[in-house]
Design a protein around this ligand. Sequence first.
Ligand code: PLP
Length: 454
Amino acid sequence: MPNRANMKLECNFFTGSARILNQETTMDAIRDLAKETGREDPFYVLDIGDIVQKIKIWRLKMPRVKPFYAVKCNDNQTVLELLAALGTGFDCASKAEIKKILDLGVDRSRIIYAHPCKPASHLRYAAKEDVSLMTFDNETELHKVKAYYPNAQLVLRIRCDAEDSQCPLGIKFGALPEDAGALLATARALDLNIVGVSFHVGSGCREPSVFQRAIATARQVFDEAQELGFKPNLLDIGGGFPGTRNNTLDEIAEYVNNSLDEHFPEGCGVKVIAEPGRYVVASAFTLATYVMAKREVCDDNGTFLSAMYYINDGVYGSFNCTLYDHQEVYPVLLEDKGPEESYTPCSIWGPTCDGLDQVVSEAKLPQLACGDWLVWPEMGAYTLVAAGSFNGFPLPSVHVVVPHHTWLYLEEFMGSVVNFKQIDGACVMMGSSENDQQQLHESGSGSSSLTTRW
Ligand code: PLP
């Protein structure tokens, strides 16, 4: 165990380094980083405490549903290592994502290959690594699975769309419930193994009651599968859970829990999982950007109309989320710049030469100068994963912070499964092995909501 008296503020969090926050906040950490001499590249602050809190809340609100984090949402190494240590599962969309998770020492049983349309080589890789749980939604995929991985455990993804969501997915994936019977019959004829049903109501779901509809429909498909002689034992309720702090899990959790009680009551032998992405990471990442240039727009008389601020991250970088993920982003000032009455109209642009690279079309901000920093909260979901360095602008770096209380909590929770080491006075946490995880879950120390068995 680390000697707290000697513990420096900087400590290694698994493979990276993290700063322990005592009384400070994420904004204080950003302020300190922004002040560093010569810093002019964008950066993120990742608050580990936010993710730990999210997992705790999840377990409290939906204790029967084990989260399999959707790696596609943000594949930051610290996030994955943290979740691996906390015992979640992982939803992987490709060979590379599966490899990333296996490389962490996570057991293959904690992975679902949740892409209904898989390249043959990725399927062969899954077979080689024996990552057997996977989704499908069409007949072609069944033949492919028969050819490359006949022992796979197949989960039929059905379509059930929320009436309103940030990113609807049903247009691309999910078998219509009325087509499920034919697919199940084909699977039977091919002697394949159907183990469950999944759905994804749409990412950023804005109709919580859709989970009631979807779980009821999944029950019907379970019954059809059973009639055909399959023994399905897995329900996967997908993603769609809110990521922002002002949007709680409560409403969705109520629909999920009630529907599970009705259609898949406890003790019925069906394991329930979900594939949350946004929920886990959105609010844990705060982006800091730097005003690198500025222009003023004036009318014919030279009267100021608005300012154009050019920042060092844009739609080809983190703000790709405004295009692909339909996210609305809003800046926060790092330093107080006087009363709001003095704010003036402006637009905010990314750093590239492309006219499309606009981050915010209309805002009201105080007059900013080159070198001022703008902060963008809740930027963890579908940002860095899809960002590129178009025009040669670098991707933001990620700086990890751990609130002191979270650090103590992790130390208590993971003390038995993670080696804490003192190296040069700093604290280093070594990743936990699958055996250690097993021990933790079996020991069921019960002192923490995270140690409850899923
Ligand atoms: N599962 C699958 C198959 C997905 O395609 C996605 C998102 O696209 C997710 C899970 C994660 O969804 P969310 O971020 O809404 O939780």
